[in-house]
Design a binder for this molecule. Structure first.
Ligand code: ADP
Ligand code: MG
Length: 245
């Protein structure tokens, strides 16, 4: 895993107007690594994730996924977004499609699978995330935790190289948080490369190889969870931890 970079950001800068939201970001995530990104609201965590699958463009710097620069448009961009699975805070399922259709659609459109093959894989994945018996329901008929697990299954169905999670449990009722974190823990244990923005410090401690702490568009610390939580170096991190722990 060390020295086998899957995601590389070099001197990445991003502005929204005058607001410098990503400032000289250097970040490498090796294959099989789980990196948890934490930091105060507005520090640029979502923008960082979105830049990696080109939901946001950057003004300068380089982003490589598996050694390749991000494609700008067309089929290559659709393939990038399949390679870089993303799970958002709001579950973002297609409301007018069943759970099964949600998971199968991209496989057919982007990966070119036959519908039967896609449906077979979808059923396997729905089983893996614990919602096998919900396949024919619509998203609104599911709990938030179930919807988020379907969203994870949908991303996994594309056989991504890396999974990005942007506060996947922040919109969930407390009793549903663990069922989603458990699926993520299992994915991490299975060797998936993951970037996870979360306030769940238990997950960071138990599942992350590294914690990246962001503030004001910069990476302020990038260390092991044990080092970060027991000996944060920066005042920003100490202050942040004192508020959330
Ligand atoms: P985080 O996820 O850490 O809370 P974000 O990446 O969402 O932070 O936002 C970083 C900064 O960029 C914030 O100040 C936010 O208000 C601003 N921002 C995010 N998206 C946009 C946008 N589409 N247009 C203008 N400003 C934005
Ligand atoms: Mg955010």
């Amino acid at each position: 895993m060390a020295g086998d970079p899957l995601i590389e950001l070099r001197a990445v800068n991003k502005y929204f107007g005058d607001l410098h939201v990503l400032q000289d970001i250097d970040l490498t995530v090796d294959r099989g690594e789980v990196v948890v990104v934490i930091g105060p609201s507005g520090s640029g965590k979502s923008t960082l994730c979105r830049a990696i699958n080109r939901l946001e463009t950057i003004q300068s710097g380089t982003i490589l996924v598996d050694g390749q620069p991000l494609p700008e448009e067309g089929k290559a961009l659709a393939r990038l977004r399949a390679d870089v699975g993303m799970v958002f805070q709001s579950f973002n399922l297609f409301a007018h499609k069943t759970v099964l259709q949600n998971v199968s659609l991209g496989q057919v459109k982007v990966r070119g699978r036959k519908k039967e093959e896609a449906d077979r894989r979808s059923h396997e994945l729905l089983d893996r995330v614990g919602v096998a018996n919900q396949a024919d329901k619509y998203p609104a008929q599911l709990s938030g935790g179930q919807q988020q697990r379907v969203a994870i299954a949908r991303a996994l169905a594309m056989e991504p190289k890396v999974m990005l999670f942007d506060e996947p449990t922040s919109a969930l009722d407390p009793e549903m948080i663990n069922e989603v974190l458990e699926v993520m823990r299992q994915l991490a244990a299975d060797g998936m490369t993951m970037i996870v923005v979360t306030h769940e410090m238990g997950f960071a401690r138990s599942a992350a190889n590294r914690v990246v702490f962001m503030a004001d568009g910069r990476i302020v610390e990038d260390r092991t969870p044990d080092e970060f939580f027991t000996r944060p170096e920066s005042d920003r991190a100490k202050d942040f931890l004192s508020k959330i722990l």
